[in-house]
Ligand binder design. Structure first.
Ligand code: PLP
Length: 389
């Protein structure tokens, strides 16, 4: 039985559209991530999962500890359901949520907020319970006197002296405590290096240089901040950089999430392979012409710089492609290619999302598959009525 037959058989009782998670693939992906982390804990990036039962499942596996959340309301919700050690990876300006955090001793103990400037501190001061903070450090690669910049535009903090200064400022402010430091190298962790041609050569050159630069700078920053604050953790990396990030002495943990579902954008790394675990099925609803099969829905674009890489991948049957004029549509998507001829009205096409957790914003549940059986249906964040972003 091939993968398509297995998936079709497991879900024969369901009506598409629906989303599935292959638990065997998920487990293999998680084991591979843990091996790559070589003993350092992986903090699970919830944005790349967005399903509480799956977060719980992966946190129960060896090698994973703590959550990297994406908003404070999300973190408060997760803690209210019993989750612990939640780092909110992006700054918050949500005054209601900040008040809720400061008033709740359990949440204040379990949640750490991201800051990179005195404005953030102003928003957080004056709460009944002490607020735990993490400093976000710019880990981008900058070369040629600033003409080349690779990496995410995040924190304005880049140098050891800047980090030490804000750490000292936090120490002066009652009710705030600096407990962590994070420096996320998006240009390595989120950019595949298995690219043919000259562009691939440039990417690999940039990543090698960036790694060398970070070992030194991240180390110096951590040293400078530790003189002022008792850091409990130093976080870096993402799915694409696990094995290199953990090699740095200054790093105590890595963050990763996409590797669990192994979406399309993570097919292009030399250091690891994954198993596509999260898929969605759309029904063929019409055949506008011979050799074309049209499925219902499909326009589930991923975030980021727009372009064809952000589209879902028509995965099974193999050999399908989008129509250049229509792409992935709001309510229907024509698919071309050899395999389209064999598809009949009522058949299914299996897709992979370009990114990981965003898929769960489209579906209320994930059907969990083991072998050729659906063994459980679990709600996504959306299915629990939660849409944080
Ligand atoms: C701060 C931070 N750490 C880590 C990651 C890596 O997450 P993933 O492994 O899901 O790509 C991200 C992704 O954007 C991030 O923003």
């Amino acid at each position: 039985m091939d993968d398509r037959q297995r998936l079709d058989r497991a879900t024969a009782h369901l009506e598409a559209p629906f989303a599935v998670l292959d638990l065997d693939a998920l487990r293999l992906n998680a084991e591979s991530m843990a091996r790559r982390a070589a003993g350092k804990p992986i903090r699970v990036a919830s944005k790349s999962i967005r399903c509480r039962p799956i977060l719980e499942r992966v946190l129960a596996m060896e090698g994973f500890a703590g959550i990297m959340a994406f908003t404070l309301p999300e973190a408060l919700w997760l803690v209210s359901t019993g989750m612990r050690d939640v780092l909110v990876a992006y700054p918050t300006t949500d005054r209601h949520a900040i008040r809720a955090l400061g008033a709740d001793p359990v949440a204040a103990r379990e949640i750490t907020l991201m800051v990179d400037s005195p404005e953030h501190l102003d928003l957080l001061q004056g709460q009944p319970h002490e607020i735990r903070l993490c400093l976000d450090i710019d880990a981008a690669f900058v070369a040629f006197a600033g003409k080349l910049r690779a990496g995410a535009l995040r924190s304005p903090l880049r140098e050891p002296a800047q980090a030490a200064e804000i750490a000292a400022e936090i120490a002066r402010r009652p009710g705030l405590r600096l407990t962590g430091l994070m420096a996320y190298e998006a240009q390595i962790a989120g950019v595949g290096d298995k690219i043919p041609g000259p562009y691939g050569t440039v990417v690999r050159w940039m990543q090698a240089r960036s790694r060398r630069e970070l070992i030194v700078r991240r180390g110096r920053i951590v040293q400078a901040v530790r003189r002022v604050a008792d850091l409990e953790f130093v976080n870096g990396g993402g799915t694409g950089s696990i094995e290199t990030t953990v090699r740095e002495k200054a790093i105590t943990e890595v963050a990763a999430g996409s590797g669990f579902f192994h979406p399309r954008l993570f097919d292009f790394y030399r250091n690891f392979d994954g198993h596509p675990a999260a898929l969605f099925a759309l029904p063929v609803v019409r055949k506008p012409a011979p050799g074309i099969a049209t499925v219902l829905g499909g326009g589930y674009h991923a975030s980021g710089s727009p372009g064809p890489t952000r589209l879902p991948q028509p995965y099974l049957p193999a050999g399908l492609r989008y129509d250049a004029n229509e792409g992935a549509g709001e309510v229907q998507t024509p698919l071309l290619g050899d395999a389209a001829s064999d598809l009949r009205v009522g058949d299914r096409v299996w897709f992979r999302h370009a990114k990981a957790g965003e898929l769960c914003e489209r579906f209320a549940s994930l059907h969990l598959i083991e072998g050729d059986r659906v063994v459980e249906e679990v709600p996504t964040y959306r299915g629990e009525g939660k849409t944080f972003l």
